[in-house]
Ligand binder design. Structure first.
Ligand code: NAD
Length: 497
């Protein structure tokens, strides 16, 4: 490697690492992810990843099994203290983590600094606090001399699998509630973005996490992921990622009747009525379409605009899109960095090609405008935010998740029509509705098949409340109570006196 090697290899003459919480088998084949040079900045290998598989998962299960009795019998307060210490340590390393996340993922440094890493810190603090406030139920049946009550107990070893778009943010959103509830965990970050997870490993001892409570395994889905999902001693899998992977995980879990939480993709609509406040709607819809290069499951990719304001909206929206600056991730004025990989960039571009072939119009972005990047970055995985119009609802660009900086804008006439069209896809994750008519907002929000509906805003999160999708966007919800319910088993006890 000519670049920086994050993961040092023992016996290679380089620095030796020993991470007692992680499962590393250095004898395994390593592979270099040259895709880590998103910014096209020379061909640097930034990361060497260990490919874990069955033996490492077995070792992780052994460690997690050994740690479970001690960890699960601690009081919630004791566990909360450990979570808070971990939050403090992450916060102290915020800048270092943000730099690594941006380099590894391609997102802007600003995004990593202001959203990803602060939210990872908040995840630990939030669940440290919320675990102290859960209660259980009790009910009486005096005529039979009975008292019924429920107890919750941790499930055991939790398998956690996360994607590449919000690496540390989503990994900690699973680790924190799982360990707060008394489980031990085996977590697998995406093979495309493992660096901050590895940095987290280094903080565990200092935070006082007992060995075996958090085990982080690295590697690719079909090896490390499947070995984890198939392991009979891992009764619960919390997965965030794509729908095809969820299908595979469901198949592998079925013989063991595992508890599953699936947070999947979206094809999220924005519905803009003629009485919307465009001053607020346009910048927010630009952000909801293109934030993090459009690589957020909650990003808007279908914009329905009422006919009377369609032309005006389109004109202003395209103007604003052209101002959404694509730049190298470290550029503080960049709104968007590079996409995750060459393969992903090609996939996103192929959708635009198909739209063009179907007769749709590309109003700005890919193939229309020019990217303005320094020469040394021109081979990076950058693309311009792209707006497509004159496209049919049946087109794959209007049906499939593209997961890139591409959005389609189409007109509609009536409320009833737009609800039907917005619901006409297999996904049901997040929707936004823009109107100044409160009656309409309630009516439309209720009828949308979507786990989350934001009205006159986007991405304002209240972590206490349920998060998750309907239809092919997933199974289950995450949040203070929902995550606690998922990561615990409930038992009803009846006492006759
Ligand atoms: P992906 O499904 O390819 O991978 C996600 C994780 O699953 C990775 O860690 C991967 O290694 C692992 N994996 C892959 N194959 C596996 C297998 N056979 N068995 C077990 N594990 C396996 O998804 P991705 O490309 O990393 O992420 C993008 C997707 O994630 C998009 O669809 C996006 O919408 C979705 N996502 C959803 C949410 C949400 O909260 N609903 C949040 C972020 C991303």
């Amino acid at each position: 490697s000519t670049g920086e090697v994050y993961c040092k290899v023992p016996n290679s003459g380089k620095e030796e690492v020993h991470i007692r919480h992680s499962v590393f088998n250095m004898k395994l084949a390593m592979f270099h992810l040259s895709s880590f040079c998103h910014a096209g900045d020379e061909s640097k290998v930034l990361h060497v990843l260990v490919k874990c598989s069955t033996p490492e998962i077995e070792a992780a299960v052994q460690a997690a099994r050994g740690a479970f009795p001690g960890w699960s019998s601690k009081s919630p307060q004791e566990r909360a203290q450990v979570l808070n210490r971990l939050a403090d340590l992450l916060e102290q390393s915020l800048e270092e983590l943000a730099q690594a996340e941006s380099k590894d993922q391609g997102k802007t440094l600003t995004m990593a600094r202001t959203m990803d890493i602060p939210r990872a810190v908040q995840n630990f603090r939030f669940f440290a606090s919320s675990v102290l406030h859960h209660t259980t139920e009790c009910t009486q049946m005096d005529h039979l001399g009975c008292l019924h009550y429920t107890v919750r107990t941790p499930v055991g070893i939790a398998g956690l699998i996360s994607p590449w778009n919000l690496p540390l943010y989503l990994l900690t959103w699973k680790i924190a509630p799982a360990i707060a509830a008394g489980n031990t965990v085996i977590a697998k970050p995406s093979e495309l973005t493992s660096v901050t997870a590895w940095m987290l490993c280094k903080l565990l001892d200092k935070a006082g996490v007992p060995p075996g409570v958090i085990n982080i395994v690295f590697g690719v889905g079909p090896r490390a992921g499947e070995a984890l999902v198939s392991h009979p001693e891992v009764p619960l899998i919390s997965f965030t990622g794509s729908q095809p992977t969820a299908e595979r995980i469901t198949q592998l879990s079925a013989p063991h009747c595992k508890k599953l939480s699936l947070e999947l993709g979206g094809k999220n609509p924005a519905i803009i009525f003629e009485d919307a406040n465009l001053e607020e709607c346009i910048p927010t819809t630009i952000r909801s379409s293109f934030a993090n290069q459009g690589e957020i499951c909650l990003c808007t990719s279908r914009i329905f605009v009422q006919k009377s304001i369609y032309s005006e909206f389109l004109k202003r929206f395209v103007e604003a899109t052209r101002k959404w600056k694509v730049g190298i991730p470290s550029d503080p004025s960049a709104c968007m960095g590079a996409l995750i990989s060459k393969e992903h960039l090609e996939k996103v571009r192929s959708y635009i090609k198909r739209a063009r072939a179907e007769g749709a119009h590309i109003l700005c972005g890919e193939g229309v405008d020019n990217l303005n990047l320094p020469p040394r970055n021109q081979a990076g995985y950058f693309m311009l935010p792209t707006v497509i119009t004159d496209i049919k609802d049946e087109s794959c660009c209007m049906k499939e998740e593209i997961f890139g900086p591409v959005t389609c804008v189409v007109p509609f006439d009536s409320e009833e029509e737009v609800i039907r069209r917005a619901n006409g896809v297999k996904y049901g994750l997040a929707a936004t509705v823009w109107s100044s008519n409160v009656g309409r907002i309630h009516r439309v929000a209720k009828k949308l098949q979507s786990g989350l509906v934001w009205t006159n805003c986007w991405l304002i999160r209240e972590l206490n409340l349920p998060f998750g999708g309907m239809k092919s966007s997933g199974i289950g919800r995450e949040g203070a109570k929902d995550s606690h319910d998922f990561f615990t088993e409930i038992k009803t006890i009846t006492v006759k006196h």
